[in-house]
Structure formats: structure tokens, C-alpha cells
Design a protein around this ligand. Structure first.
Ligand SMILES: NC(=O)c1ccc[n+]([C@@H]2O[C@H](COP(=O)([O-])OP(=O)(O)OC[C@H]3O[C@@H](n4cnc5c(N)ncnc54)[C@H](OP(=O)(O)O)[C@@H]3O)[C@@H](O)[C@H]2O)c1
Length: 251
């Protein structure tokens, strides 16, 4: 892994920071990116002090100009990209679960079209914008890996199974943005199957981060593990799949 180059979006905190740390510990040169310059630089500094080969990139996945600048910078420095982790993700405050407001108490019908627009902008459209901008660099890698951070909340199968706890969760904007992301994962994997680029979706489990008011049970490091595995798949590994620590997640 020591000559590989990786980019992780939204890596100033939470699971993304642990993915950047984990890939860096494997010897990759890691672009830790963040929409906020100060928060991002702080994290990059922290990782650098641990001996990780890390570079900071300002990258807001909703800002095409910052995405283009990031791609230009990677092109200038390395001329290719081996690993892209589309990790940046949000929910809207109106449907953010908290320790006192579990996700199964939030009504799906309360989400507005504007809530969906805001969440899709980052979780779904942002992933498409970043992936398309990085594709020329990914194609120059000898077998690039793309990992999209998804969620079981994006699973149509689990939402349709009324005996499954996911079907009780009312986060409409978030869940539908991840369902669309799952479709994008499959279609990119199919389109890129002949190039050696593998595209998979990762389920980190319920991780205690700002996204859920730190109400998850898992640590960010545990949540990062599956993304790191998918980012380092061998040539015989899967593409177009959705995986958690325990194996495949139903679409
Ligand atoms: N936590 C869970 O239980 C869980 C479960 C399933 C899936 N996931 C997914 O895992 C991923 C990471 O989430 P997390 O739990 O680690 O949440 P988090 O701690 O809130 O981190 C989210 C990251 O995304 C960044 N971000 C938000 N909008 C952005 C934008 N427009 N451009 C670039 N970066 C942006 C945030 O930056 P700021 O600091 O600037 O806001 C932050 O670095 C997300 O895709 C999430 O949907 C999480």
C-alpha cells in the first residue's frame, strides 16, 4: 500500500478522520479533505504528528470549483488517484436523531422537499460530482478503489421488511439519499467493471458521531474498518456490492 494515493472527503472528524488515519497507517499518501479550512488543517496536523503522510485539501462536495481545484492538485502532485472514499455526509436538524429522540420516533411524512434537496446535495450529488471529477485520475491508477459511505437506512429491502428495525426509522431525506447513492454505486461499478476500478458501498454500523448526536454504539475507528477493507480490496475482490463488517447488506 506504500505507494498508493488516497482521498477521503469529510475527513476532519468522525468516521472520515479514522478512514484517513487507517489508510495512512497502511502507508498510503492521504489527502484528508474538509469543507472548512481550519478544521481540516487541524486534523491533517494531528495525523501528521502521528507520522502519517497526509496532505490537506479544502474540498466542499457541493462546490464544483473546490472539487476541480482538488483534482488539479492531486494531478499535479501524483498524476493519479488509487483510492477515493466518498465519506462526506449530512442529515438535516429536523430529522437528526439524538440521544433523547431516537430515529424511530421521527415521522417520515414530516420531511419537506427542501430537506431532501439539502441532504441529497451532499450525500448523493456530492458523491457524483467528486467521483466524476476524480475519474480521469482513478483511471490512471493500476486498479483504483472507490468506496461510498452508505447506510442500512438506504436499503429498500430492510425498509420493506416490517419486522426489521430499519422499517421503523423515519429519516426520509437521509434514507432516500443513501438509497440513491446505492443505485449510483451499482451503476458506476457496472460501467467501470472493465477498467479494474472497483466501486462498493460501505455500512459502518451505528457509530457515535456528530451526525447522530453521538448516539451510536460503535466508535469511529470501528466504523472506519469496513471502508478501509473495501479501499484495499485485492484484484479478486468484489465490485458493485454493499458490505458491513459482517458481510453483505441487502440493497
Ligand atoms: N454515524 C453513523 O452511525 C453512520 C451510519 C451509517 C452511515 N454513516 C455515514 O458515514 C459518513 C460519515 O459520517 P459520520 O458519522 O462520521 O458524521 P460526521 O462526524 O458528522 O462527519 C461528517 C463529515 O462530512 C463533512 N461534510 C458535511 N458536508 C460536507 C460538504 N458539503 N463537503 C465536504 N464535507 C462535508 C463534515 O464536515 P464538517 O465538520 O464541516 O461538518 C464531516 O467531516 C456519512 O456519509 C454518513 O452518512 C454514518
Amino acid at each position: 500500500m506504500s505507494n498508493k494515493v488516497a482521498l477521503v472527503t469529510g475527513s476532519n472528524k468522525g468516521i472520515g478522520r479514522e478512514i484517513a488515519r487507517g489508510l495512512g497507517r497502511l502507508g498510503m499518501a492521504v489527502y484528508a479533505s474538509a469543507r472548512d479550512e481550519e478544521r481540516g488543517r487541524q486534523t491533517a496536523e494531528e495525523l501528521r504528528n502521528e507520522g502519517i503522510d497526509v496532505r490537506f485539501l479544502q474540498l466542499d462536495v457541493t462546490d464544483e470549483e473546490s472539487i476541480r481545484r482538488a483534482a488539479d492538485e492531486i494531478d499535479r502532485s501524483f498524476g493519479r488517484l488509487d483510492v477515493l472514499v466518498n465519506n462526506a455526509g449530512i442529515t438535516v436538524d429536523d430529522e437528526r436523531p439524538t440521544r433523547t429522540r431516537p430515529s424511530n420516533t421521527i415521522e417520515a411524512t414530516s420531511a419537506t422537499a427542501d430537506h431532501l434537496r439539502q441532504v441529497f446535495e451532499v450525500n448523493t450529488f456530492g458523491t457524483v460530482a467528486v467521483t466524476r471529477a476524480m475519474l480521469p485520475l482513478l483511471r490512471r491508477s493500476d486498479g483504483a478503489r472507490v468506496v461510498n459511505m452508505s447506510s442500512p437506512l438506504g436499503s429498500l429491502t430492510l425498509h420493506s421488511d416490517l419486522s426489521h428495525p430499519v422499517s421503523q426509522v423515519g429519516l426520509l431525506a437521509y434514507s432516500s439519499s443513501k438509497a440513491a447513492l446505492n443505485m449510483i454505486t451499482i451503476m458506476y461499478a457496472n460501467a467501470l467493471r472493465d477498467t479494474g476500478i472497483k466501486v462498493n458501498a460501505a455500512n459502518p454500523g451505528r457509530v457515535a458521531t456528530a451526525l447522530n448526536d453521538f448516539s451510536g454504539e460503535r466508535t469511529p475507528e470501528q466504523g472506519a474498518a469496513i471502508a478501509i477493507r473495501l479501499a484495499t480490496l485485492g484484484d479478486d475482490g468484489p465490485t458493485g456490492g454493499f458490505f458491513g463488517d459482517d458481510g453483505p447488506v441487502p440493497w
